[in-house]
Design a protein around this ligand. Sequence first.
Ligand SMILES: O=C(O)CCC(=O)C(=O)O
Ligand SMILES: [Fe+2]
Length: 356
Amino acid sequence: MDARNVSEFVLSLRTKVSAGKLPLMEALQSQINVVVDFDDYPQDRANLIRHCEDLIHTHATADRAWEQPGTFAPQRQLQAVAPDLWRATVHGKRLVDGGSGFLVLRSTHVERYGGEVAQLICLFVSTVFGSPTKTDKRLRRFAWPVRYEKTHLNSPTFSQTMAEAGFHTDSQYLEEPERYFGLFCVTSDVRGQGTNFLVSASQVVLRLLELHPTALDHLRSPFPFRVPSVFTTSASDNDIEVVWAPILGEGTIRFRSDTITSALELPGVTLAEAKLAAIAAFERSISETPTLEYHLEPGEAIVVDNHAMLHARSPFTDSNRLLYRVRMKGQDRSTNAGQQGLADSSGSARTIGGTT
Ligand SMILES: O=C(O)CCC(=O)C(=O)O
Ligand SMILES: [Fe+2]
């Protein structure tokens, strides 16, 4: 258990994939350096934690600290208090951008603090990747707690339930989904429960090319995604917000089956038969592509390129499981242009209607 290493990245073939088509060994080998262990930088970690404690002492909450003018250029603050940790994580980001698609962080110590200090640690570390965005419009939280919530909402979102979260990309219902997200684990369930899975979008597309090449064109045209209730303007079931966008963009992917399904339940929102078939082919391709599996332990985090990878989570039963999720806008992969986040957008999702 203690000597956790790369061999624990279990490459699970969910079904047989045609031999030679996917560079499985290369995929495994390329994962070798995708871990930054904060135990290698104990002084930097201690400095960062002290810095976060000081800020919480002054501002009381992570959200308030993050919005203070004194927290400007947080990336430079991280660089100043924890230069080696910063450098190691910058190197990790290069691996993510260079094709690994994800990075694991170990021994962050967020599990020792929990609450506001832990959220600030997550936010500072996330700035290596991009600028953290506000997750929701009502509470406007930067570090979103992923944990079971008793909710009155008809359609709670993945981060509020203990159910399986099927393969998806985050904030697929935004005009511009963030480039990266990080999941920082405070409390985990046992192995196999609440375990994360990753799959590379380009490998899914390769599989789709074999299975159903004509689906590709359809997937490049717009599909409707309904904004989950908790993320609408008044965080209620009464807000009906839908964004239309292609599943396959310019070198990017966005997908979540249940937000498409709930959009299609709305009056006036329909999709042509061929586009429904394209979704089915796409889901079949996902299920026939090798996936990486990783069970986050307390103190660990995984940072993922949300434009290049789909992720999933198995169901769990321990209602104490808690992750903090931070989403970061970064450079767009194809255009290299900067991204807008929820924090900057006019805040309006396009409303419903339309048929394609
Ligand atoms: O609980 C997890 O591990 C991740 C959940 C997730 O993917 C989400 O809330 O978007
Ligand atoms: Fe997610």
